[in-house]
Design a binder for this molecule. Structure first.
Ligand SMILES: Cc1cc2nc3c(=O)[nH]c(=O)nc-3n(C[C@H](O)[C@H](O)[C@H](O)COP(=O)(O)OP(=O)(O)OC[C@H]3O[C@@H](n4cnc5c(N)ncnc54)[C@H](O)[C@@H]3O)c2cc1C
Ligand SMILES: NC(=O)c1ccc[n+]([C@@H]2O[C@H](COP(=O)([O-])OP(=O)(O)OC[C@H]3O[C@@H](n4cnc5c(N)ncnc54)[C@H](OP(=O)(O)O)[C@@H]3O)[C@@H](O)[C@H]2O)c1
Length: 430
């Protein structure tokens, strides 16, 4: 392995900048390839193809969403807006000394592992296509770029698009809007529609717990973080009691009753949908059965006309520049050690490919440390590395995630942090 080559990181979003910082701290030369003209990933509304919209705010609080050792500014609100998060990620990249190592306007179009063990990339740059070689490759390209669209029978005469193409309320004005899906995108967009559309409906195929952004006047993740560490079932029971008592039963507002325990599906953190339901500004419909001209048929037999359907139905993991055969796939996602390390130790890593019940940045930073520690262990010829990366620790922390596509990437934040810490300890001791 030509160890003098740099490590290549693809993507200068929140993941790419922190893994680059860890690698640099560990003494590795790094090059970050970013197709856009600036740092920030999806948080930059000018990054072509971003799923971000003008009304997006964090669902995790300022207090807990910072990178370790670099808190979000204290004058930020409890739940910062997309442009504040963007500014924060950029200031972190500057603070961590990573910005000078980012090659902007560099899009990776092909990546292959060479027989010598290093990685050869074809990169589209403003000066034409270039080849680059790296000793290891870290994919930090995000997993919210490739829409997952339902295949409904029938055809629709109005406009139908995925949430990825929603930018803001101007797209809703004067229209009868149906939002399908009630992940955080769906509930945000339905709330915008309640305010700005001519009429708004949200279609859900199951009931969910909708967690308000504040409990007792404080950010809900701060309350949960500061509470006692209870066994998961007990924690779920206590949380469900608090939600029912202080936020109310979702079915009182016309939503279907949750069909699972709280936290067994990816948390929906939103205070505006219930507000608009309580004011009659948004209707609730069950799953879509078929499309028929300007009408949508729902599974309860209802038929309603719409001008616009927005499918907020989630995203697929996709690496368009990589042979999918390089990974072993499980439930449509690569099967990696701790969601990061190729168990074949091919020098291929993925950072940021998870969904969790807490802020992402602290875990992204830990993933960056893991990449650096595995490279170091390879360099020093750790004999037990192969057996370490074959382990498949449980990352659900006692939760029983719903068996749907969106949970294939789910990890319980505390359990995940514990397992990564354990791995780092094993890699760096002895
Ligand atoms: C609307 C929305 C709101 C969210 N809110 C929260 C929240 O409140 N809290 C939270 O913790 N998380 C939230 N998330 C999750 C979000 O995914 C993370 O916050 C974070 O953006 C992930 O960072 P990333 O660097 O992994 O990916 P991205 O932000 O997607 O960045 C990937 C980067 O890779 C670049 N890239 C992609 N392909 C290539 C290529 N072939 N060559 C070169 N460059 C490439 C892209 O241009 C981009 O800059 C939200 C997600 C969405 C969609
Ligand atoms: N404000 C914010 O901070 C914010 C905003 C938007 C997104 N995000 C984050 O971005 C990520 C993606 O969120 P997302 O809401 O876009 O996607 P998501 O979490 O995958 O949610 C998709 C929703 O669509 C439903 N769905 C999927 N396929 C369907 C189908 N064929 N027919 C009907 N319904 C279907 C899902 O139902 P099931 O539950 O039954 O699968 C779910 O309700 C998450 O991490 C989220 O937290 C955050």
């Amino acid at each position: 392995m030509p160890e003098e080559l740099p490590v290549g990181v693809v993507g200068a979003g929140p993941s790419g900048v922190t893994v680059a910082a860890s690698l640099r701290r560990a003494g590795y030369p790094v090059e970050v390839l970013e197709r856009h003209s600036a740092i920030g990933g999806i948080w930059d509304l000018d990054n072509p193809g971003t799923p971000m919209y003008e009304t997006a705010h964090y669902i995790s609080s300022r207090t807990l969403s910072g990178y370790p050792g670099f808190p979000m500014p204290s004058d930020y609100p409890d739940y910062p807006r997309h442009d504040q998060i963007l500014a924060y990620v950029r200031s972190y990249a500057d603070h961590a000394g990573v910005t000078p190592f980012v090659r902007f306007g560099h899009e990776v179009v092909k990546a292959e592992r060479r027989p010598a063990g290093d990685w050869q990339l074809a990169v589209r740059t403003p000066d034409g296509e270039r080849e680059r070689r790296y000793r290891a490759l870290v994919l930090a390209t995000g997993h919210q770029w490739e829409p997952r669209l339902p295949d409904w029978p029938g055809s629709f005469d109005g406009e139908l698009y995925h949430a990825k193409f929603y930018r803001g309320p101007h797209q809703l004005r004067g229209k009868r809007v149906l939002v399908v899906g009630a992940g955080n995108s769906g509930v945000d967009i339905a709330s915008d529609a309640a305010r700005d559309a001519r009429a708004a409906t949200i279609s859900l195929r199951r009931g969910y717990w909708i967690i308000p952004k504040h409990l007792f006047g404080r950010p809900v993740d701060v309350i949960a973080h500061g509470g006692p560490h209870l066994p998961k079932r007990l924690e779920q029971a206590v949380f469900a009691f608090l939600l029912r008592t202080f936020a109310g039963d979702p079915s009182r507002f016309g939503l279907p009753a949750p069909d699972h325990r709280v936290l067994d599906s990816h948390p929906i953190v939103n205070s505006t949908l219930v507000h608009h339901l309580a004011h009659g500004d948004v209707d609730v419909a069950p799953d879509v059965r078929a499309l028929d001209g300007e009408y949508v048929e729902f599974i309860d037999g209802r038929r309603s006309p719409f001008d616009t359907i927005i499918a907020a139905t989630g995203y697929r993991v996709h690496f368009p520049f990589l042979d999918p055969g390089l990974f072993r796939w499980h439930q449509h996602v690569p099967d990696l050690w701790l969601r990061v390390v190729d168990p074949e130790l091919s020098g291929l890593f993925v950072v940021g490919m998870f969904e969790t019940n807490a802020a992402a940045a602290p875990l992204l930073a830990r993933q960056g440390e893991l990449v650096a520690a595995v490279l170091r262990a390879q360099d020093t010829g750790r004999s037990d590395l192969k057996s370490l990366v074959r382990a498949r620790p449980r990352l659900s922390g006692g939760l029983h995630y719903l068996n749907t596509d969106r949970h294939a990437l789910a990890v319980e934040a505390r359990a995940y942090e514990k397992e990564v810490s354990r791995a780092l300890h094993a890699l760096t001791s002895g």
